[in-house]
Design a protein around this ligand. Structure first.
Ligand SMILES: *[C@@H]1O[C@H](CO)[C@@H](O)[C@H](O)[C@H]1NC(C)=O
Ligand SMILES: *[C@@H]1O[C@H](CO)[C@@H](O)[C@H](O)[C@H]1NC(C)=O
Length: 448
């Protein structure tokens, strides 16, 4: 009886053992794995689960497909890149090579896969600027435009800016970005005061006489303002801090924007092939611009390859009606949106060198406004220059306030149209509209 029972137990154990071994082998079989992975996956022990999902062949197939897709994508990207490079080369060729101003600027008009233009705000801060005014201008530009677009700022000062001023400026920008200090990149750049000197070829006595002779015009007796003019006309665009930028928007302490700018102005300029935008123009006192027109005419004669033909350029803006006489009209530089590569082009560099060597910035009062304006007007086709009628702007005693009611309300302008300077005496707005045969806004001639 005992023997019989233990035999039964032994047989049972043997059968159970064989069954378990068979079960384990069955579960390890690829076919079973697939099924068990599908249905039993979650319940199987760890050692079965991970490998149970897909077969080795399947894994290899997936890996192969992934590699093929990556290769295809990189080939496509290379083809796009090649096509773009080819298109750029062809475009440059069509303008007559990269020595021409437009040819030189071609790469900065490529919309690289829709990424934002490489643009920044540039602000020169001097000791004379009250911090309240600086803050107000920055805060206003942020509120009216940049809180939506988050373009970086570059602040340039002569000597290091006081740390508390830097903090206030950064905080002002952060406040307009919902308190997030990481969205807008801010750089503080200091110029060495040694850079703010007369260039070696300038006769200091002659320069000193000019400070006295022009003392009764605004900033006529200011040496600092002349250094600043030289900086804006010939140096800011080659400063290393702007090296990676194609576009700039100048923001001066004391300026104000009146209207909401709800579109990306830099992108707009880039997409339409514009080079320079202004809001205020005016006729400068002719004493300040003594000789500059003669120097310009000589430059045009010496460097004809850089000059755009009169029928296409904007010389009409800076000359009197039906004559070749200079009219002292300028785009006021307290507001400028422009392509930095214009100034970096061989044409403008040569033009600036000739202007600079004359010393007229110091012997008279050639300003960056007049130097930029002449350069733009003779070195570019006129359609590259644009009047921003819709950007309400204030500086000093001058307002650009849209007279066109549709623009005024569409852009939610908070300015008095009665203060618009565009068509008043002293402005070059009427001349601008006339030479371009543009329709003037209603009521343009009703203002005093
Ligand atoms: C790049 O484009 C040019 C012109 O279309 C073509 O001749 C050249 O073979 C292309 N190179 C590559 C690497 O695709
Ligand atoms: C024009 O292109 C050539 C070749 O790419 C380059 O070496 C040269 O420096 C460029 N010139 C200017 C003015 O950028």
């Amino acid at each position: 009886m005992h023997v019989l029972l233990s035999k039964k137990i032994a047989r049972f154990l043997l059968i159970s053992f064989i069954f378990v071994v068979a079960l384990i082998m069955a579960l390890k079989h690829p076919a079973t794995k697939e099924i068990s992975g599908q249905y039993l996956g979650p319940y199987l022990p760890e050692s079965f689960r991970s490998t149970a999902k897909i077969s080795v062949e399947e894994q290899r197939r997936i890996q192969r497909e992934k590699e093929e897709a990556e290769l295809k994508q990189s080939l496509e990207q290379a083809a796009i890149k090649n096509a773009t490079e080819y298109a750029i080369k062809e475009k440059i060729k069509s303008y007559g090579g990269n020595e021409t101003t437009l040819g030189f600027m071609v790469p900065s008009y490529i919309n690289h896969g829709g990424s934002p233009p490489k643009a920044c705000f540039v602000s020169l801060i001097t000791d004379k600027d009250p911090i309240a005014q600086i803050i107000e201008s920055i805060s206003n530009v942020q509120e009216k435009f940049n809180k939506k677009f988050a373009y970086p700022w570059v602040f340039i000062s002569l000597g290091k800016l006081d740390g508390s001023k830097e903090n206030m400026i950064s905080q002002t920008i952060t406040d307009t970005m919902n308190g997030d200090s990481k969205v807008v990149d801010i750089k503080f750049i200091s110029l060495s005061p040694e850079e703010w000197v007369y260039p070696e070829w300038v006769d200091e006595n002659k320069a000193a006489e000019s400070l006295i002779a022009l003392a009764n015009m605004p900033d006529g007796d200011s040496r600092a303002v002349r250094y600043q003019a030289r900086f804006w006309a010939g140096f800011f665009w080659k400063h290393p801090s702007l090296k990676n930028f194609d576009w700039y928007w100048r923001v001066d302490p004391g300026i104000k924007l009146y209207c909401d700018i709800d579109y990306d102005v830099f992108r707009w300029m880039q997409d339409r092939g514009k080079v320079f935008g202004f809001t205020l123009s005016m006729s400068e006192a002719k004493e300040a611009n003594e000789k500059i027109w003669d120097v310009t005419k000589k430059f045009a004669k010496d460097f004809p390859k850089y000059i755009i033909e009169d029928k296409d350029n904007f010389k009409a803006f800076i000359t009197k009606k039906d004559s070749d006489d200079f009219n002292n009209c300028e785009f006021k530089s307290n507001f400028e949106i422009g392509n930095l590569n214009f100034y970096r082009s061989p044409a403008y560099r040569n033009f600036f060198d000739v202007i600079d060597k004359e010393g007229g910035i110091f012997y008279y009062k050639w300003s960056e406004s007049i130097i930029h304006t002449i350069g733009l007007s003779i070195l570019l086709p006129k359609d590259k220059i644009y009047f921003f009628e819709n950007i309400g702007f204030h500086y000093d005693k001058y307002d650009n306030c849209p007279l066109n009611d549709d623009i005024w309300s569409q852009y939610k302008c908070d300015c008095d149209q009665g203060n618009d300077f565009t068509f008043r005496s002293g402005s070059c707005g009427e001349h601008y509209f006339d030479i371009l045969k543009k329709d003037k806004p209603e009521g343009w001639n009703k203002l005093p």
